[in-house]
Design a protein around this ligand. Sequence first.
Ligand SMILES: [Zn+2]
Ligand SMILES: [Zn+2]
Length: 300
Amino acid sequence: MNLDEPGAPEAQKTASAVGDWLSATAPAAPDAAAAPSGLARAATVQDMFDLAAPEVKPVVARLVPVDGKCQSIEILHGEDVTKIGRSKDLPESLRLGSMRLSSFHAELHLAPATNVVTLVDTSTNGVWLNLARVTKGSAIELSPGDSIRLLNPASKDDDGPRFEFLFQQVRPKASASSLVDELTCSICKCVYYRPVSVIPCLHTFCGHCISAWIKTGAGDCAECRSKMREVRPSHKIASVVADLIKAKPEHAKSATECAQLDSENTIPAVGLVLGKRERSDDGLGSDDEEDEEEDSDSDA
Ligand SMILES: [Zn+2]
Ligand SMILES: [Zn+2]
């Protein structure tokens, strides 16, 4: 069997790359001992696995009806805006059947990088948060246990649903600033731009930063100094960065800057191989990576 065959070994490498990247970045966080950073990291771990399996939309938060007379409203990862109301245009899971509600009664906005959910009143007759009427048009951040009412708390009860919900935060909130720390390139000290991962150590840098590093003739990782075998664009980390920039647009680069950095980036989309792979067939393969000769043991 040829151990360099693509397939299972590749898949294993990708799976461990995510975990290793996280453990590699964990000690670098300056406030690693603080609780908010721990929560932030948990949210990041989950986000990265979600991105690896994009067909699954996990629940980030939920509105649970206090009287159990209507369905729970689920706020899903990847849905920036969740609208609720009685409109037939809404999916059944978000439709609340009562003429006392507006067609589009309220919106729940999700900040994808931080899992923060905000409530916006889009109704005619109002929305109440912890018994106080929500100001129209303003977005209010929800906290676990908040009470959300879609009907006036002073109105007379009938037998129908009360449309009073408790807010449940299923996935922990992350602070955007601790995410910035975790997604900062150690070369340029900015949030990653076109991030690439070094194989096998899995340290991450901007594409243009590692390009400049390689141009100096360096063959070792700029962070841990272990030998670089390959440098590959990391789409998973790029997606997390894109989500972060939605929450913190001040970290976005200008079009001019992007064009300049792209022109300095010499890492191709398929990755850049810097050294040949280590062979380990039956323990007879050469483990000297500096060996220039082609190792043909596996062709037997
Ligand atoms: Zn950089
Ligand atoms: Zn490294």
